[in-house]
Design a protein around this ligand. Sequence first.
Ligand code: PLP
Length: 464
Amino acid sequence: MIKKIDIQQEMYSQILGKELFEQAKSYTYAYMDGVHERNVFPNDEAIKNLVVFDEPFPAMSINPTELLRMLHEYGSPATVTQTGGRYFGFVTGSSVPSALAAKWLSDVWDQNTALYVMSPISSQLEATCEKWLVDLLGLPAGTGAGFVTGSSTANLCGLAAGRNELLNRQGWDVNVDGLFDAPKLRVVLGGQAHATIFKALALLGLGKSRVEIVPTDNQGRMIVDEMPESCLVITQAGNVNTGAFDPIDEICDLARRVNAWVHVDGAFGLWAAGSRTKKILTQGIDKADSWAVDAHKTLNAPYDSGIILCKHSEILVAAMQATAAYIPHGEQRDGMHYTPEMSRRGRVVELWATLKFLGKDGVEELVDRLCDHAKRFAENLRAEGFRILNDVVFNQVLVACDSPEHTKVTLENIQKSGECWCGGSVWNGEPVIRISVCSWATTVADVERSVAAFVNARDRAIFP
Ligand SMILES: *Cc1c(COP(=O)(O)O)cnc(C)c1O
């Protein structure tokens, strides 16, 4: 009989022999080699085969080569090809290869980035990225950054900082006294605010229905003429449908007069600040108080990578406060003081690798290229008789056919085609096909091939 201890030793010796990693590497290369031609969305067979994973928890340990094989055989075909060049769903970025390679290495490091003493390299890279992002985005000196999973969490952190500071100014300490009996806090936002904003407001005890929603124009931009004293204002740099930017400059000027806190949800749009031709869209962002941005969208860092930036670093740290006898507050950067989590993986390595690889020129070129592709999409689709419902100012395009029914069936056909993938949305009460160009890998040929898939999907649409 093989004893448990023997099995474990066997497993470890395999790891030491690096066979597992060689096996994983060969699967990885096979996936990479096929990425441009495989179905963008898994076919029916691949989805059906996922049933192999629906098994009871195994009683015994297995040879790890077997589980890797299972992942490759049944997992790889059921992935969505967001690293190809023809995935335009949601606002989902790809990953630049240099960052992916850096991620491999840092995965092997397996660092916990809570504290400097737990990972000096991660702390250094966080400090470096904080400085670079402030420079790239043109934010005020002294701005602090927390490295989180995505903009959902970044929005939560920014709104927590704003809530606490506004109440602090009225002599109320939320951290100590909670929200019951606190002075009233007014929250102002546009009717087109992202769903994650409402989620954050709910989690923060600010109530998603007691907010004051200001009207928006036909592109989804906030129309703000006045503002209550000391309110929390939530603006958007990049509407998830149209890509439009709120008039942040004007909003910040109004906010300054009434001592408001301005948070910018710039999940994918804030990167416009890195391009000389797109910067105008983010005019005035340096006057805001907090900003949320995703590196895993427009910047093409691997998942998951969001950043909360706060003009007053100490306000963010106070809002994320965590203390215990064993937690040092040292001279060096301790990442956990800027985020809700304590233990975190070293996602900053990939962010650093992306920024270091691209440089300022590369970021600008990437942002401009995504926007150019979006424009090309709009022009080519218009020429093919589609309607384009938004002003294409950034990377988003809203497309419709002649009737809502035709649009819906066309979208279904596109999604099933395997040629490219787009999501749907509703704009001004009408169903639309939403294109988000977010991948560094997208080429002019990918746009043309996708436009052809749109035409094909529309022309063979059968609907009542
Ligand atoms: C994607 C997005 C979010 C949510 O970000 P996650 O990274 O998915 O958490 C918030 N706001 C906007 C405008 C977005 O595009």
